[in-house]
Design a protein around this ligand. Structure first.
Ligand code: AMP
Ligand code: GLY
Length: 416
């Protein structure tokens, strides 16, 4: 099959890497891609938010399957345009992607499906904001209703800061603070059948020990040795399947990747958020462990035939990914700096450790930084300690002026 992947971050590099290893994938294209993806897929320029342009590209490439990586094109209805052109697409319709595009909508679906989540108020006026902040007390959780690239949520004890964020956003969800470790659980679904993947944990704060501002994600690992073995079954039964069933009942079936961001609280699992696509950087570690060929799985979801798929299979390995970010990320990052050491990782650490590119581009033969998150250095090993050691050894070979990364990804879970 010929596959076209839309997007150009480390998640898309991980998707392309796995697709390139699927023997049924005969041609792999990515648009717009990045300097790393160019090593496994043919790149094409495209405005990823323009559904007609994506559909035209897919048609001209005679693609059998289009996989839409990021949320913004999904919310913009790119998957609808691809399907309207008669091409199978992995990714929800624009209407179904609202589960990520509007936090208020997600809350409405959860309430209807009886899915456990934080109690919340939707506020649009300063008075409503005051009342909601007062009702919950600190720590305050204030979420921009719309898409904000992982930066729309403020969790703070500072009432003035909570206020300021709420007023800057316009429409916000203010909710109860959820205590406890966070888990990301992805499920592949065709709108009916739901196949959960293995859980992962993401590190959202910029600095070690969960200090600093929220980011898009600074690292991840899988599996979670500390998690209840029944977690996946529990979340399938109480969160994922009821949500997919509710979306179908509303006439807006959700097919693609449903991402549940969960808090494991003392009172049980609660949904923090839904996303309508693979998470970044969790995808890097989840796909490193998935043995089932990815192309066949995503095509089956796109065609609505998941019911007939055999159970997913997994490697015994653990996986860790460490994000190398630009100077000043998550503020306005510095870009255009040369990245050195990539060849050394390829020569010395492969196949156990490898570099997935996020914001990079090829500047006349030199790979340079082109975004906030630049690289996602990923490694596998027989356990988390070994995977972690390999990932950090590889990170140590990379030279990018002013770059930053966390030193504590998977440290606690590895028992260190
Ligand atoms: P979200 O974009 O909704 O995933 O939120 C980003 C991050 O903010 C989450 O990963 C959590 O760390 C934190 N967060 C969001 N909602 C809550 C909540 N209700 N209680 C505690 N932390 C939260
Ligand atoms: N890892 C967080 C996200 O993809 O939204």
């Amino acid at each position: 099959m010929k596959v076209l992947v839309i997007g150009g971050g480390a998640r898309e590099h991980a998707l392309c890497r796995s697709l390139s290893l699927d023997p049924d994938v005969t041609a792999l294209h990515c648009a717009p891609g990045n300097a790393g993806i160019a090593e496994v897929a043919e790149l094409h320029p495209v405005d990823a938010l323009d559904g007609d342009a994506v559909a035209a590209l897919a048609t001209s490439l005679e693609a059998d399957l289009v996989v839409v990586g990021p949320e913004a094109p999904l919310v913009a209805g790119v998957a609808d345009a691809v399907r309207a052109a008669g091409i199978a697409c992995f990714g929800p319709s624009g209407e179904a992607a609202r589960i990520e595009g509007s936090k208020a909508f997600a809350k409405e679906v959860m309430a209807a499906a009886n899915v456990p989540t934080a109690r919340s108020y939707i506020c649009t006026t300063p008075d409503e904001v005051d009342e909601a902040l007062d009702a919950f007390g600190p720590p305050y959780v204030v979420k921009d209703d719309g898409l904000a690239a992982g930066k729309g949520v403020v969790v703070t004890d500072d009432l003035a800061a909570a206020h300021e964020h709420a007023l800057a956003c316009g429409r916000v969800v203010i909710e109860e603070y959820l205590d406890g470790p966070e888990v990301s659980l992805f499920a592949v679904t065709d709108g009916d059948t739901v196949l959960p993947l293995q859980p992962a944990q993401d590190f959202k704060r910029a600095l070690d020990d969960d200090q600093g501002p929220n980011t898009g994600g600074m690292g991840a690992y899988s599996p979670l040795p500390w998690a209840d073995p029944k977690l996946v079954d529990d979340v399938l039964e109480n969160v994922l399947q009821p949500t997919v069933d509710e979306m179908r009942r509303r006439g807006t079936p959700f097919s693609g990747l449903l991402y549940a961001g969960l808090a494991i609280t003392s009172r049980g699992v609660r949904v923090i958020e839904f996303n309508a696509r693979f998470g970044d950087p969790e995808t890097q570690v989840v796909l490193a462990r998935l043995k089932t060929p990815l192309g066949g799985l995503l095509l089956s979801a796109a065609r609505g035939t998941l019911e007939n798929e055999p159970p997913l299979t997994w490697r015994d390995d653990a996986a860790v990914t460490v994000v190398v970010a630009s100077h000043n990320y998550p503020g306005t990052p510095r870009t255009g700096d040369p990245i050195e050491g990539l060849d050394e990782v390829a020569a010395q650490d492969a196949p156990y450790a490898y570099v997935l590119h996020a914001g990079t581009r090829n500047d006349g033969g030199t790979i340079v930084s082109a975004g906030g998150r630049v690289l996602s250095v990923t490694a596998t090993g027989e356990d988390l300690a070994r995977a972690r050691e390999r990932a950090y050894a590889a990170v140590g070979r990379i030279r990018l002026d002013g770059s930053q990364h966390r030193g504590d990804i998977a440290r606690e879970a590895a028992g260190e």
